[in-house]
Design a protein around this ligand. Sequence first.
Ligand code: XMP
Ligand code: MG
Length: 187
Amino acid sequence: MEISDVAGDIESVLLTEERIRERIAELCREIEAEDAATTDGTPLLLVGVLKGAVMVMADLARELRIPVQMDWMAVSSYGSSTQSSGVVRILKDLDAELAGRRVLIVEDILDSGLTLSWLVENLRSRGPASVRVCTLLRKPEAVKIRVDVQHCGFDIPNEFVIGYGLDYAERYRNLRDVAVLAPHVYA
Ligand code: XMP
Ligand code: MG
């Protein structure tokens, strides 16, 4: 879906499809270099957080020139539709065992940090060799809890964004760009 298909719902385009593609390629070079230094011959385990990370995961995994496995977790953080509370519940757990594995969490966005900090601790408790984090987007002004992020695509303003996997009420995930949602949509 293109911006023009939902033009009335969009305040502004933040990141174009092209800009996202370029940045993901850069992130992949970082991830490959990091992995080359730590690899033990087994594939890197990419853990995608459903549903927002599906697009990042699909593009990142295909751009990476190292063996990977993909697994998925679905979590819900209680709160309003545009703000999370930090109380996290697992809706779908991983299929993979993490013992001894090199894990890279793949996220769409780090907002308050509450969801991701919970997730990092949860995965760490399963005995992996390492847990690292790659997030496409981060809102520095919204952070409530510090999360170590090894790979970040873009720091963005503290506005609700949609597209490229990110939704409002399950809509706009298939938008190719990342855009700021017009306030009239959720007001
Ligand atoms: P926290 O605040 O826990 O947020 O870091 C994590 C989850 O909240 C969702 N989120 C957003 N979703 N536009 C969205 O479509 C946004 O601007 C936004 N901010 C947070 C997202 O699922 C993320 O994983
Ligand atoms: Mg969401």
